[in-house]
Ligand binder design. Sequence first.
Ligand code: G3P
Ligand code: MG
Length: 233
Amino acid sequence: MLIIAHRGASAEAPENTLAAIQRALDSQVDGIEIDVYFVDGEVFVFHDRYLERLTAHPGRLLDLTAAQIRRLKVFNQQPIPTLSDVLACIAGRCMLNIELKGDVPVDILREHLDQALTTYGFSQEQLLVSSFNHHWLQRAKQASPWLRLGALSASCMLDYARYASDLDAYSVHTCVDFIDQALIDDAHARGLPVYVYTVDQAEDIKDLQAMGVDGIFTNHPQYARNVLEGLPT
Ligand code: G3P
Ligand code: MG
């Protein structure tokens, strides 16, 4: 079962920052998941629409300029990186799941993906783009037909695996709260791996492995690794 650091190793360093990415890399993760928005011509790595939880600033991320965003600190500690910063930091050492939280123009996304392949040493198999907005996914795939898509949902709707297959997704990404053996089996029958978020508890990690889940998004990748390998936690 793949261990994918959720927003980087976000239990150990401020989420979606280079510090959290580096902690994840130090834990030899299989993959790293980040959230991105397109703001003022730049792709920033950040989870929330509003700034209050993560920074000392009020208001919405999308209402700031790129220069203002560059001055912010997550939890008063770490700057908000750009997608290019993250690509350079990971440099093909593990899979990268880019979750689109905002609508990134397809040409901008394609430029970044091409940069990942040509400059930062990623293979196509190491890049996975997911979103709760599947219109954006469809457009991203039209612009880069080789692109692996993650069909992300917070629910477990009927025919989810068939739907993901029709979307031409590579994988099904779903919430641990609603994980279902029938979904896993159906996805596997269609050749789709199932990745589950957000999984930080030992009981869940073991149960999901026993169910045949292919990967988990976890805030604490080293802990998850220790649980899976039967090491002290
Ligand atoms: O991509 C999996 C997971 O990150 C989706 O939920 O809100 O943590 O971005 P969220
Ligand atoms: Mg996410």
